[in-house]
Design a protein. Structure first.
Length: 351
């Protein structure tokens, strides 16, 4: 008769082997399960404008979206661009199925969302969040489409500030006759320069900072995220500054050719982008904190009111020219008035 120890030993011998088989089977099943989305996902090219290319913060944020898009059935091939015009042209030529551009460049694909950068239309981050939350809802889906193009997401890039080489330039009157680095493809900026009586010096996203830093222009405008990477402190130091007044709110917008995606992709993406609003804004706040306190210029109430009136005149002029979308302007007016009903403009129902 076998002893109890013999029986125990012999019955336990197969267990480790069976565990290995079970473990291997579990791993194989797990691999199969997690590989299904990527195997089943349809590949689409996503061209991303980031001034710093593949190492930039915007491109890195899109890596997380690439992972999320797998659950929507699409594998996004991320392609970095440091030249925004080239990215837009490649998308237009169907060399990209989707593209991430600044709102100014996105104007060619959707006038409504491009109007969100309207000068003076969104004074604060809270108002921007309220606005983006509204247009990210399914009921706003029709506004996101224009022909074959659809806006599939909007992310904040921060307030647009005026950088000056001389703090003596502190209001509308003192900016007259000064040279401003101006994106010549942006009719809003050109109109604003004309309104304040300044001189526009044509520039691009890759050249404006250099012109400001070397003194070719007196003034430039950009979000705070440009301050360190583009070394704009070289132009600000030692006598210049940065207005704390937000002349506009810059955004990055994902544009897709919706014929290349299913009907649900755009809405999924818009909701995803909005869910990351606070996270994106944190990067903006860090960039703003990088600008030393002594360089911030805080306009007086009188000077700020002067900017308000000037920018409203620019918005009206651009609406009449067909550059700004009236529906977008009125929606932003409602947001401003919801935040501050005492604003003088809130007596009117339209911009």
């Amino acid at each position: 008769m076998k002893t109890e120890s013999e029986i125990t030993t012999r019955t336990e011998l197969p267990v480790p082997q069976s565990r290995r088989w079970a473990s291997a089977a579990a791993l194989a099943l797990s691999a199969a399960v997690f590989s299904v989305p990527s195997l089943a996902a349809e590949s689409r090219s996503f061209c991303i404008f980031d001034p710093l290319g593949a190492s930039g913060p915007v491109f890195n944020q899109m890596k997380a979206m690439k992972v999320q898009a797998l659950s929507w059935g699409f594998s996004l091939d991320l392609q970095p661009y440091t030249d925004e015009a080239v990215a837009a042209n490649d998308f237009r030529a169907n060399q990209c199925d989707a593209v991430l551009l600044t709102d100014i460049r996105a104007r060619d694909f959707n006038k409504f969302t491009a109007t969100l950068v309207a000068l003076g239309a969104i004074p604060s981050d809270d108002e921007l969040k309220m606005l983006l939350g509204s247009i990210s809802q399914p009921k706003a889906g029709k506004l996101m489409r224009s022909g074959d193009y659809e806006i599939a997401g909007i992310m904040p890039a921060g307030g647009v500030y005026v950088f000056t080489r001389d703090k003596a330039i502190h209001n509308v009157e003192t900016i007259q006759g000064k040279k401003i680095a101006t994106f010549d493809y942006d009719p809003a900026a050109m109109t604003m320069v004309q309104h304040v009586g300044a001189s526009a010096v044509p520039a691009t996203p890759s050249s404006f900072a250099g012109k400001f830093n070397n003194g070719s222009v007196d003034v430039a405008y950009a979000p705070a995220i440009a301050y360190k990477p583009l070394e704009m402190y070289k132009g600000v130091e030692p006598h210049g500054g940065v207005y704390s007044y937000k002349f506009a709110q810059m955004t990055f917008q994902m544009v897709i050719n919706h014929t290349k995606f299913d009907t649900e992709f755009g809405q999924h993406a818009r909701e995803y982008f909005f869910s990351k609003f606070d996270e994106s804004l944190e990067a903006v706040k860090v960039a703003e904190a990088d600008i030393p306190n002594e360089y911030w210029i805080h306009p007086s109430k009188k000077d700020a009111a002067g900017f308000d009136n000037t920018l409203k005149g620019v918005r009206v002029a651009l609406r009449e020219q067909g550059i700004y979308d009236p529906k977008a302007l009125n929606l932003m007016l409602k947001v401003r008035c919801k935040t501050d009903p005492t604003r003088a403009e809130c007596t009117s129902k339209t911009e």
